[in-house]
Design a protein around this ligand. Structure first.
Ligand code: NAD
Ligand code: MG
Length: 398
Protein backbone atom coordinates (compact mmCIF):
# COMPACT_ATOMS: atom_id res chain seq x y z
CA UNK A 1 0.00 0.00 0.00
CA UNK A 2 1.30 3.49 -0.84
CA UNK A 3 1.45 5.90 2.06
CA UNK A 4 -0.55 9.12 1.75
CA UNK A 5 0.95 12.38 2.96
CA UNK A 6 -1.47 14.76 4.64
CA UNK A 7 -2.13 17.87 2.55
CA UNK A 8 -3.07 21.15 4.21
CA UNK A 9 -5.77 23.12 2.42
CA UNK A 10 -6.90 26.75 2.43
CA UNK A 11 -10.43 27.22 1.12
CA UNK A 12 -10.97 30.82 -0.02
CA UNK A 13 -14.72 31.45 -0.16
CA UNK A 14 -15.51 28.38 1.93
CA UNK A 15 -19.15 29.33 2.60
CA UNK A 16 -20.10 29.56 -1.09
CA UNK A 17 -21.34 26.92 -3.46
CA UNK A 18 -17.86 25.73 -4.53
CA UNK A 19 -16.49 26.19 -0.99
CA UNK A 20 -19.11 23.93 0.61
CA UNK A 21 -18.70 21.32 -2.14
CA UNK A 22 -14.95 21.40 -1.51
CA UNK A 23 -15.45 20.78 2.20
CA UNK A 24 -17.85 17.95 1.35
CA UNK A 25 -15.08 16.20 -0.64
CA UNK A 26 -12.44 16.97 2.00
CA UNK A 27 -14.67 15.47 4.72
CA UNK A 28 -14.72 12.18 2.80
CA UNK A 29 -10.91 11.94 3.00
CA UNK A 30 -9.72 12.83 6.51
CA UNK A 31 -6.62 10.70 5.90
CA UNK A 32 -5.54 12.96 3.02
CA UNK A 33 -6.67 16.52 3.69
CA UNK A 34 -6.58 18.82 6.66
CA UNK A 35 -8.10 22.29 6.56
CA UNK A 36 -5.63 25.08 7.33
CA UNK A 37 -7.82 28.14 6.69
CA UNK A 38 -11.43 28.95 5.84
CA UNK A 39 -12.61 32.35 4.62
CA UNK A 40 -15.93 34.11 4.07
CA UNK A 41 -17.06 37.63 3.27
CA UNK A 42 -20.03 38.21 5.62
CA UNK A 43 -21.54 34.72 6.25
CA UNK A 44 -20.25 34.51 9.82
CA UNK A 45 -22.72 31.86 11.09
CA UNK A 46 -21.88 29.52 8.22
CA UNK A 47 -18.17 30.10 8.81
CA UNK A 48 -18.58 29.37 12.53
CA UNK A 49 -20.26 26.04 11.76
CA UNK A 50 -17.50 25.14 9.32
CA UNK A 51 -14.84 26.08 11.91
CA UNK A 52 -16.48 23.87 14.55
CA UNK A 53 -16.53 20.96 12.12
CA UNK A 54 -13.16 21.31 10.33
CA UNK A 55 -11.09 22.97 13.10
CA UNK A 56 -8.93 25.20 10.86
CA UNK A 57 -5.90 27.02 12.24
CA UNK A 58 -7.19 30.31 10.75
CA UNK A 59 -10.55 31.80 9.75
CA UNK A 60 -10.95 35.07 7.82
CA UNK A 61 -13.91 37.47 7.64
CA UNK A 62 -14.22 40.89 6.02
CA UNK A 63 -15.20 43.10 8.97
CA UNK A 64 -13.75 43.59 12.43
CA UNK A 65 -17.26 43.35 13.98
CA UNK A 66 -17.92 39.95 12.40
CA UNK A 67 -14.45 38.77 13.39
CA UNK A 68 -15.08 39.84 16.99
CA UNK A 69 -18.33 37.85 17.01
CA UNK A 70 -16.58 34.78 15.59
CA UNK A 71 -13.74 35.00 18.14
CA UNK A 72 -16.29 35.13 20.95
CA UNK A 73 -18.23 32.13 19.65
CA UNK A 74 -15.09 30.08 19.04
CA UNK A 75 -13.82 31.02 22.53
CA UNK A 76 -17.09 29.74 23.99
CA UNK A 77 -16.52 26.43 22.19
CA UNK A 78 -12.89 26.41 23.44
CA UNK A 79 -11.59 26.28 19.90
CA UNK A 80 -8.20 27.89 19.20
CA UNK A 81 -8.84 28.97 15.58
CA UNK A 82 -7.20 32.37 14.96
CA UNK A 83 -9.59 34.88 13.36
CA UNK A 84 -8.12 37.37 10.89
CA UNK A 85 -9.74 40.25 8.99
CA UNK A 86 -9.77 41.71 5.48
CA UNK A 87 -8.21 41.34 2.01
CA UNK A 88 -4.61 41.17 3.27
CA UNK A 89 -5.49 38.22 5.50
CA UNK A 90 -6.93 36.41 2.46
CA UNK A 91 -3.56 36.75 0.72
CA UNK A 92 -1.75 35.65 3.89
CA UNK A 93 -3.71 32.39 4.23
CA UNK A 94 -3.27 31.75 0.48
CA UNK A 95 0.54 32.00 0.64
CA UNK A 96 1.08 30.59 4.17
CA UNK A 97 4.06 28.24 4.27
CA UNK A 98 1.95 25.58 6.03
CA UNK A 99 -0.41 25.32 3.07
CA UNK A 100 -0.10 22.85 0.18
CA UNK A 101 -3.40 23.38 -1.66
CA UNK A 102 -5.46 26.54 -2.16
CA UNK A 103 -9.02 26.34 -3.40
CA UNK A 104 -9.65 29.77 -4.98
CA UNK A 105 -13.45 30.01 -4.75
CA UNK A 106 -14.14 33.66 -3.97
CA UNK A 107 -16.55 35.14 -6.49
CA UNK A 108 -15.59 38.09 -8.68
CA UNK A 109 -12.69 40.52 -8.77
CA UNK A 110 -12.24 40.18 -4.99
CA UNK A 111 -10.64 36.80 -5.70
CA UNK A 112 -7.85 38.18 -7.88
CA UNK A 113 -5.25 39.11 -5.25
CA UNK A 114 -5.57 36.01 -3.03
CA UNK A 115 -5.62 33.68 -6.07
CA UNK A 116 -2.52 35.41 -7.39
CA UNK A 117 -0.86 35.16 -3.97
CA UNK A 118 -1.38 31.37 -4.04
CA UNK A 119 0.07 31.17 -7.57
CA UNK A 120 3.09 33.31 -6.62
CA UNK A 121 3.74 31.14 -3.58
CA UNK A 122 3.91 28.00 -5.75
CA UNK A 123 0.89 26.24 -4.27
CA UNK A 124 -1.32 23.67 -5.90
CA UNK A 125 -3.99 26.16 -6.99
CA UNK A 126 -7.50 24.86 -7.59
CA UNK A 127 -8.91 27.74 -9.59
CA UNK A 128 -12.67 28.21 -9.52
CA UNK A 129 -12.48 32.03 -9.47
CA UNK A 130 -12.55 32.54 -13.26
CA UNK A 131 -12.68 36.33 -12.86
CA UNK A 132 -9.05 36.23 -11.63
CA UNK A 133 -7.91 34.82 -14.98
CA UNK A 134 -10.19 37.09 -16.99
CA UNK A 135 -8.66 40.12 -15.28
CA UNK A 136 -5.08 39.07 -14.80
CA UNK A 137 -4.54 36.11 -17.14
CA UNK A 138 -1.06 37.15 -18.26
CA UNK A 139 0.15 37.94 -14.72
CA UNK A 140 -1.42 34.81 -13.31
CA UNK A 141 0.10 32.45 -15.88
CA UNK A 142 3.51 34.15 -15.47
CA UNK A 143 3.28 33.72 -11.69
CA UNK A 144 2.47 30.02 -12.11
CA UNK A 145 5.39 29.52 -14.51
CA UNK A 146 7.81 31.42 -12.26
CA UNK A 147 6.90 29.77 -8.98
CA UNK A 148 6.28 26.25 -10.30
CA UNK A 149 2.73 26.28 -8.94
CA UNK A 150 0.42 23.49 -10.10
CA UNK A 151 -2.66 25.08 -11.65
CA UNK A 152 -5.74 22.88 -11.83
CA UNK A 153 -8.88 24.37 -13.37
CA UNK A 154 -12.04 23.69 -11.37
CA UNK A 155 -14.55 25.31 -13.71
CA UNK A 156 -16.17 22.11 -15.02
CA UNK A 157 -15.54 22.91 -18.71
CA UNK A 158 -11.85 23.70 -18.19
CA UNK A 159 -11.42 20.74 -15.91
CA UNK A 160 -12.94 18.60 -18.68
CA UNK A 161 -10.59 20.05 -21.31
CA UNK A 162 -7.63 19.60 -18.96
CA UNK A 163 -8.59 15.92 -18.66
CA UNK A 164 -8.76 15.63 -22.50
CA UNK A 165 -5.35 17.24 -23.17
CA UNK A 166 -1.86 15.75 -22.92
CA UNK A 167 -0.18 16.47 -19.55
CA UNK A 168 2.16 19.07 -21.09
CA UNK A 169 -0.15 21.26 -23.11
CA UNK A 170 1.43 24.72 -23.03
CA UNK A 171 2.86 26.36 -26.13
CA UNK A 172 -0.21 26.56 -28.38
CA UNK A 173 -2.80 24.02 -29.43
CA UNK A 174 -1.28 23.08 -32.81
CA UNK A 175 1.94 21.96 -31.14
CA UNK A 176 0.01 19.15 -29.49
CA UNK A 177 -2.07 18.18 -32.53
CA UNK A 178 -5.19 19.89 -31.21
CA UNK A 179 -7.35 21.69 -33.75
CA UNK A 180 -10.10 23.12 -31.55
CA UNK A 181 -11.48 23.24 -28.03
CA UNK A 182 -15.23 22.64 -27.77
CA UNK A 183 -16.59 24.53 -24.80
CA UNK A 184 -20.00 23.20 -23.85
CA UNK A 185 -22.76 25.40 -22.41
CA UNK A 186 -26.09 24.37 -20.99
CA UNK A 187 -27.64 27.45 -22.58
CA UNK A 188 -29.00 28.57 -19.21
CA UNK A 189 -32.63 28.81 -18.12
CA UNK A 190 -33.70 31.06 -21.05
CA UNK A 191 -32.22 29.05 -23.93
CA UNK A 192 -35.57 28.59 -25.64
CA UNK A 193 -37.22 31.89 -24.57
CA UNK A 194 -38.10 34.67 -27.00
CA UNK A 195 -36.35 38.02 -26.63
CA UNK A 196 -39.65 39.54 -25.46
CA UNK A 197 -39.93 36.95 -22.68
CA UNK A 198 -36.25 37.34 -21.74
CA UNK A 199 -36.81 41.09 -21.31
CA UNK A 200 -39.17 40.38 -18.39
CA UNK A 201 -37.14 37.86 -16.36
CA UNK A 202 -36.66 38.29 -12.61
CA UNK A 203 -33.53 37.58 -10.53
CA UNK A 204 -35.27 34.52 -9.07
CA UNK A 205 -35.87 33.07 -12.54
CA UNK A 206 -32.30 33.85 -13.61
CA UNK A 207 -30.88 32.12 -10.52
CA UNK A 208 -32.88 28.90 -11.07
CA UNK A 209 -30.41 27.08 -13.31
CA UNK A 210 -31.76 23.92 -14.95
CA UNK A 211 -28.70 21.70 -14.28
CA UNK A 212 -26.30 23.29 -11.79
CA UNK A 213 -26.79 24.71 -8.30
CA UNK A 214 -24.45 27.72 -8.00
CA UNK A 215 -23.93 31.13 -6.38
CA UNK A 216 -26.16 33.98 -7.55
CA UNK A 217 -23.57 35.88 -9.59
CA UNK A 218 -22.50 32.92 -11.73
CA UNK A 219 -26.15 31.86 -12.07
CA UNK A 220 -26.99 35.22 -13.67
CA UNK A 221 -23.83 34.96 -15.82
CA UNK A 222 -25.03 31.55 -17.00
CA UNK A 223 -28.43 32.99 -17.89
CA UNK A 224 -26.88 35.83 -19.99
CA UNK A 225 -24.16 33.50 -21.41
CA UNK A 226 -21.59 35.96 -20.04
CA UNK A 227 -20.41 32.95 -18.06
CA UNK A 228 -19.51 31.24 -21.35
CA UNK A 229 -17.80 34.41 -22.51
CA UNK A 230 -15.73 34.59 -19.30
CA UNK A 231 -14.97 30.89 -19.74
CA UNK A 232 -13.81 31.44 -23.31
CA UNK A 233 -11.30 34.01 -22.00
CA UNK A 234 -10.34 31.65 -19.18
CA UNK A 235 -9.70 28.84 -21.69
CA UNK A 236 -7.49 31.09 -23.83
CA UNK A 237 -5.19 31.67 -20.85
CA UNK A 238 -5.23 28.14 -19.46
CA UNK A 239 -4.61 26.35 -22.74
CA UNK A 240 -2.71 28.93 -24.83
CA UNK A 241 -5.60 29.17 -27.28
CA UNK A 242 -6.87 32.00 -29.46
CA UNK A 243 -10.57 32.94 -29.24
CA UNK A 244 -11.13 31.61 -32.78
CA UNK A 245 -9.82 28.18 -31.71
CA UNK A 246 -12.65 27.78 -29.21
CA UNK A 247 -16.14 26.83 -30.30
CA UNK A 248 -19.06 27.22 -27.92
CA UNK A 249 -21.43 24.25 -28.18
CA UNK A 250 -24.79 24.47 -26.46
CA UNK A 251 -25.50 21.07 -24.92
CA UNK A 252 -28.62 21.32 -22.75
CA UNK A 253 -28.11 18.06 -20.80
CA UNK A 254 -24.74 19.18 -19.28
CA UNK A 255 -23.39 15.63 -19.38
CA UNK A 256 -20.42 16.34 -21.64
CA UNK A 257 -18.48 19.00 -19.78
CA UNK A 258 -16.30 20.02 -22.79
CA UNK A 259 -14.13 18.46 -25.48
CA UNK A 260 -10.83 18.67 -27.33
CA UNK A 261 -10.77 18.04 -31.09
CA UNK A 262 -7.50 16.68 -32.52
CA UNK A 263 -6.05 17.04 -36.02
CA UNK A 264 -6.48 13.31 -36.70
CA UNK A 265 -10.26 13.65 -36.31
CA UNK A 266 -10.48 12.36 -32.73
CA UNK A 267 -12.69 14.29 -30.33
CA UNK A 268 -12.12 13.56 -26.64
CA UNK A 269 -14.90 14.42 -24.21
CA UNK A 270 -15.20 14.24 -20.44
CA UNK A 271 -18.62 13.23 -19.16
CA UNK A 272 -20.33 12.93 -15.81
CA UNK A 273 -23.32 14.07 -13.84
CA UNK A 274 -23.34 17.85 -13.39
CA UNK A 275 -21.83 17.97 -9.89
CA UNK A 276 -18.89 20.25 -9.07
CA UNK A 277 -17.52 17.68 -6.63
CA UNK A 278 -16.09 15.79 -9.64
CA UNK A 279 -13.72 18.57 -10.81
CA UNK A 280 -13.00 19.50 -7.17
CA UNK A 281 -11.96 15.93 -6.29
CA UNK A 282 -9.92 15.76 -9.50
CA UNK A 283 -8.08 18.96 -8.53
CA UNK A 284 -7.47 17.85 -4.96
CA UNK A 285 -6.06 14.43 -5.82
CA UNK A 286 -4.59 14.86 -9.34
CA UNK A 287 -3.05 12.76 -10.81
CA UNK A 288 -4.85 10.27 -8.59
CA UNK A 289 -8.61 9.75 -8.52
CA UNK A 290 -10.65 9.72 -5.33
CA UNK A 291 -14.29 9.31 -4.36
CA UNK A 292 -16.26 12.54 -4.64
CA UNK A 293 -19.71 11.46 -3.48
CA UNK A 294 -21.00 11.90 -7.03
CA UNK A 295 -23.61 9.51 -8.35
CA UNK A 296 -22.41 7.33 -11.25
CA UNK A 297 -23.54 8.49 -14.68
CA UNK A 298 -26.45 6.40 -15.97
CA UNK A 299 -26.35 6.72 -19.76
CA UNK A 300 -29.69 4.96 -20.16
CA UNK A 301 -31.28 7.57 -17.98
CA UNK A 302 -29.53 10.35 -19.95
CA UNK A 303 -30.72 8.61 -23.15
CA UNK A 304 -29.72 11.39 -25.54
CA UNK A 305 -27.21 14.18 -25.96
CA UNK A 306 -28.20 17.27 -27.97
CA UNK A 307 -26.00 20.00 -29.44
CA UNK A 308 -26.78 23.36 -31.00
CA UNK A 309 -25.09 26.68 -31.75
CA UNK A 310 -25.44 29.56 -29.27
CA UNK A 311 -27.83 32.30 -30.38
CA UNK A 312 -25.55 35.32 -30.11
CA UNK A 313 -28.31 37.74 -31.08
CA UNK A 314 -30.44 36.88 -28.05
CA UNK A 315 -27.35 36.50 -25.83
CA UNK A 316 -25.00 39.37 -26.80
CA UNK A 317 -22.74 38.96 -23.75
CA UNK A 318 -21.01 36.00 -25.39
CA UNK A 319 -19.82 37.91 -28.50
CA UNK A 320 -18.93 40.91 -26.29
CA UNK A 321 -16.58 38.72 -24.25
CA UNK A 322 -15.03 37.17 -27.36
CA UNK A 323 -14.43 40.66 -28.76
CA UNK A 324 -12.89 41.86 -25.47
CA UNK A 325 -10.43 38.96 -25.57
CA UNK A 326 -9.66 39.58 -29.24
CA UNK A 327 -8.82 43.23 -28.43
CA UNK A 328 -6.87 42.03 -25.41
CA UNK A 329 -5.00 44.21 -22.89
CA UNK A 330 -7.34 45.73 -20.33
CA UNK A 331 -10.55 45.04 -22.31
CA UNK A 332 -11.39 41.82 -20.45
CA UNK A 333 -10.85 43.69 -17.15
CA UNK A 334 -13.37 46.31 -18.27
CA UNK A 335 -15.81 43.65 -19.47
CA UNK A 336 -15.60 41.84 -16.14
CA UNK A 337 -15.97 44.96 -14.00
CA UNK A 338 -18.95 46.27 -16.00
CA UNK A 339 -20.57 42.85 -15.80
CA UNK A 340 -20.11 42.63 -12.02
CA UNK A 341 -21.78 46.03 -11.58
CA UNK A 342 -24.57 45.08 -13.99
CA UNK A 343 -25.27 41.71 -12.35
CA UNK A 344 -25.40 43.26 -8.89
CA UNK A 345 -27.79 45.95 -10.16
CA UNK A 346 -29.98 43.28 -11.79
CA UNK A 347 -30.04 41.21 -8.58
CA UNK A 348 -31.06 44.36 -6.66
CA UNK A 349 -33.86 45.12 -9.16
CA UNK A 350 -32.09 48.28 -10.36
CA UNK A 351 -31.55 46.99 -13.92
CA UNK A 352 -33.56 44.69 -16.17
CA UNK A 353 -32.09 41.53 -17.63
CA UNK A 354 -31.37 42.90 -21.13
CA UNK A 355 -29.76 45.94 -19.50
CA UNK A 356 -26.84 43.74 -18.41
CA UNK A 357 -25.56 43.32 -21.97
CA UNK A 358 -26.35 46.95 -22.80
CA UNK A 359 -24.36 48.24 -19.84
CA UNK A 360 -21.37 46.01 -20.62
CA UNK A 361 -21.38 47.04 -24.28
CA UNK A 362 -21.56 50.72 -23.35
CA UNK A 363 -18.66 50.57 -20.86
CA UNK A 364 -16.54 48.48 -23.26
CA UNK A 365 -17.03 51.10 -25.97
CA UNK A 366 -15.43 53.78 -23.78
CA UNK A 367 -12.05 52.31 -24.75
CA UNK A 368 -10.40 52.18 -21.36
CA UNK A 369 -7.37 50.33 -22.67
CA UNK A 370 -3.69 49.62 -22.47
CA UNK A 371 -1.58 46.58 -21.64
CA UNK A 372 -2.67 44.39 -18.70
CA UNK A 373 0.94 43.78 -17.70
CA UNK A 374 0.91 44.97 -14.09
CA UNK A 375 -1.45 44.83 -11.16
CA UNK A 376 -1.69 48.62 -10.91
CA UNK A 377 -3.06 48.94 -14.47
CA UNK A 378 -5.51 46.10 -13.92
CA UNK A 379 -6.86 47.56 -10.68
CA UNK A 380 -7.02 51.03 -12.28
CA UNK A 381 -9.06 49.73 -15.24
CA UNK A 382 -11.31 47.74 -12.90
CA UNK A 383 -12.05 50.85 -10.81
CA UNK A 384 -12.53 53.12 -13.79
CA UNK A 385 -14.90 50.68 -15.51
CA UNK A 386 -16.93 50.38 -12.29
CA UNK A 387 -17.21 54.18 -12.06
CA UNK A 388 -18.35 54.37 -15.67
CA UNK A 389 -20.84 51.56 -15.11
CA UNK A 390 -22.23 53.29 -12.02
CA UNK A 391 -22.60 56.51 -14.01
CA UNK A 392 -24.45 54.67 -16.80
CA UNK A 393 -26.75 53.05 -14.22
CA UNK A 394 -27.61 56.41 -12.67
CA UNK A 395 -28.50 57.84 -16.07
CA UNK A 396 -30.44 54.66 -16.92
CA UNK A 397 -32.58 54.76 -13.78
CA UNK A 398 -33.11 58.57 -13.91
P1 NAD B 1 -20.87 31.95 -4.04
O1 NAD B 1 -21.47 33.29 -4.17
O2 NAD B 1 -21.73 30.79 -3.71
O3 NAD B 1 -19.68 32.00 -2.95
C1 NAD B 1 -18.71 33.00 -2.96
C2 NAD B 1 -17.78 32.89 -1.77
O4 NAD B 1 -16.86 33.99 -1.81
C3 NAD B 1 -18.49 32.96 -0.41
O5 NAD B 1 -17.79 32.18 0.52
C4 NAD B 1 -18.36 34.43 -0.03
O6 NAD B 1 -18.39 34.64 1.37
C5 NAD B 1 -17.01 34.79 -0.62
N1 NAD B 1 -16.92 36.19 -1.03
C6 NAD B 1 -17.82 36.89 -1.78
N2 NAD B 1 -17.42 38.17 -1.94
C7 NAD B 1 -16.25 38.29 -1.28
C8 NAD B 1 -15.35 39.37 -1.05
N3 NAD B 1 -15.58 40.60 -1.55
N4 NAD B 1 -14.25 39.14 -0.30
C9 NAD B 1 -14.00 37.91 0.21
N5 NAD B 1 -14.81 36.85 0.03
C10 NAD B 1 -15.92 37.03 -0.71
O7 NAD B 1 -20.07 31.68 -5.43
P2 NAD B 1 -19.76 30.27 -6.12
O8 NAD B 1 -20.90 29.88 -6.97
O9 NAD B 1 -19.21 29.31 -5.12
O10 NAD B 1 -18.59 30.71 -7.12
C11 NAD B 1 -17.27 30.97 -6.67
C12 NAD B 1 -16.36 31.13 -7.88
O11 NAD B 1 -16.31 29.87 -8.56
C13 NAD B 1 -16.87 32.15 -8.90
O12 NAD B 1 -15.78 32.80 -9.46
C14 NAD B 1 -17.57 31.31 -9.95
O13 NAD B 1 -17.54 31.88 -11.24
C15 NAD B 1 -16.72 30.04 -9.92
N6 NAD B 1 -17.44 28.83 -10.34
C16 NAD B 1 -18.52 28.40 -9.64
C17 NAD B 1 -19.20 27.26 -10.07
C18 NAD B 1 -20.39 26.75 -9.28
O14 NAD B 1 -20.90 25.68 -9.64
N7 NAD B 1 -20.86 27.41 -8.27
C19 NAD B 1 -18.77 26.58 -11.21
C20 NAD B 1 -17.66 27.05 -11.88
C21 NAD B 1 -16.98 28.17 -11.44
MG1 MG C 1 -18.30 26.47 -15.99
Amino acid sequence: MTSITMQRVTVLGSTGSIGTSTLDVIARHPDRYQVHALTAHTSKEALLNQCLRFRPAVAVLDSEDDAHWLRTELGRARQPTKVMVGPQALCDVARDAHVDIVMAAIVGAAGLLPSLAAAEAGKRVLLANKEALVMGGALFMQAVARSGATLLPIDSEHNAIFQCLPPEHRGGLARHGISQLLLTASGGPFRTWSEAAIAQVTPEQACAHPNWSMGRKISVDSATLMNKGLELIEACWLFDARPDQIQVVVHPQSVIHSMAAYQDGSVLAQMGNPDMRTPIAYGLAWPERIHAGVEALDLFQVARLDFEAADEARFPCLPLAREAMRIGGLSPVVLNAANEVAVEAFLNHRLDFLGIGQLVEEVLSLSINGPADCLESILWADQRARQRADGWLERWSA
